[in-house]
Design a binder for this molecule. Structure first.
Ligand code: PBG
Length: 332
């Protein structure tokens, strides 16, 4: 039968998918190296790049190698690098004094990066877990993770990092009141330009497993982090946390983990319009790498697809262990 005009589809949406040029023309979101923050692990020693078995492709670097990595990242157009220390077990204590040692691994690495790659922004982690004998982000007193004493320690850590030259302070601890305490201390110490990217909506997640191996905190952790990290069942609470942190002086906010919390990314960005970042965490990275290594998925394709999803959800950028690989691919 000859179709009548009326039987043609009113809208043929396939038309705008028909050629690469048209697909380029109608593409709504883009992913570029400027969307990336690269988390790296620092260890002691010299000339060392030590593989982390649960994160294939990721290494712990000695400070000199961190500086080299920063130079490479800067050349790739990655705007920021984020430091996490692998602290030797002998330096982990109950009072966590290594956390605000001006010469600890993080602070050494900040200075080395500033000397080698002055244009890349350096972000540092604020939480006690890499230095804590029991693996928690805060002090433990009689089995309780105490809030206010921890905040005082986080402030000391923040000031040491700012003094070393950090551009962005990243509190990942989830204590209450830390943003205003850190902001005030930074202002008073003359670091009014140092920014805070708050881990505002950080969930108590199973996706952090490989990271805890990477920083040597897996064996150490007593119990879980559910009294300070969020319940995965909650969304409104994330909005309240972001609102609180912005009102306390956070410049940027983060949702963590990433893919499983895209709804939160979208809600946060559309509610506040603030610079919003997602952390594609270690477990997400490890899952993609493991499946790719087994030939079960196309790793490159899934890597790019997962990162584009954050942009589509409204994020301004992504912390991802894939950063240099993605940047190399996108710059090609
Ligand atoms: C802890 C911290 C964690 C991560 C960043 N900072 C783990 C945790 O809360 O136990 C996880 C990052 C990742 O999994 O990639 N302060």
């Amino acid at each position: 039968m000859t179709p009548t005009v009326a039987s043609f589809p009113a809208a043929r949406l396939r038309r705008t998918r028909s050629t690469p040029a048209i697909r380029d023309l109608v593409r709504e979101n883009s992913l570029g190296s400027s969307d990336l923050i690269w988390p790296v692990f620092v260890r002691d020693g010299n000339g060392i790049e030590e593989p982390i078995p649960s994160m294939p492709g990721v290494v712990r670097r000695s400070v000199d190698k961190i500086a080299e990595a920063a130079v490479e990242a800067q050349a790739l157009g990655i705007p920021a690098i984020c430091l996490f220390p692998y602290t030797d077990a002998s330096l982990k204590t109950e009072d966590c004094v290594e956390a605000w040692n001006p010469d600890n691994l993080t602070n050494q690495a900040v200075r080395a990066i500033k000397a080698a790659a002055p244009d890349i922004a350096v972000m540092t982690d604020v939480a006690l877990d890499p230095y804590n004998i029991n693996g928690h982000d805060g002090f433990v007193v009689d089995g309780e993770i105490v809030n206010d004493a921890t905040v005082e320690a986080l402030v000391k850590m923040t000031l040491a990092q700012a003094e070393a030259g950090a551009d962005i302070i990243g509190p990942s601890d989830m204590m209450d009141g830390r943003i205003s305490a850190m902001r005030n201390a930074l202002e008073q110490a003359g670091h009014s330009n140092v920014m805070i990217l708050s881990y505002s909506a950080k969930y108590a997640s199973g996706y952090y497993g490989p990271f805890r191996d990477a920083v040597g905190a897996s064996g150490a952790l007593n119990g879980d982090k559910k009294t300070y990290q969020m319940d995965p069942a909650n969304g409104d609470e994330a909005i309240r946390l972001v609102q609180r942190d912005l009102s306390e002086g956070a410049d940027m906010v983060m949702i963590k983990p990433g893919i499983a919390y895209l709804d939160i990314c979208h809600r946060v960005k559309s509610t506040f319009g603030a610079p919003t970042y997602a952390y594609q965490v270690s477990g997400e990275y490890a899952m993609i790498q493991a499946a790719a290594q087994n030939g079960w998925i196309n790793g490159e394709q899934v890597m790019l697809e997962s990162l584009m999803a954050f942009k589509r959800a409204g994020c301004d950028g992504i912390l991802t262990y894939f950063a240099p690989e993605v940047a190399r691919l996108l710059n090609r």
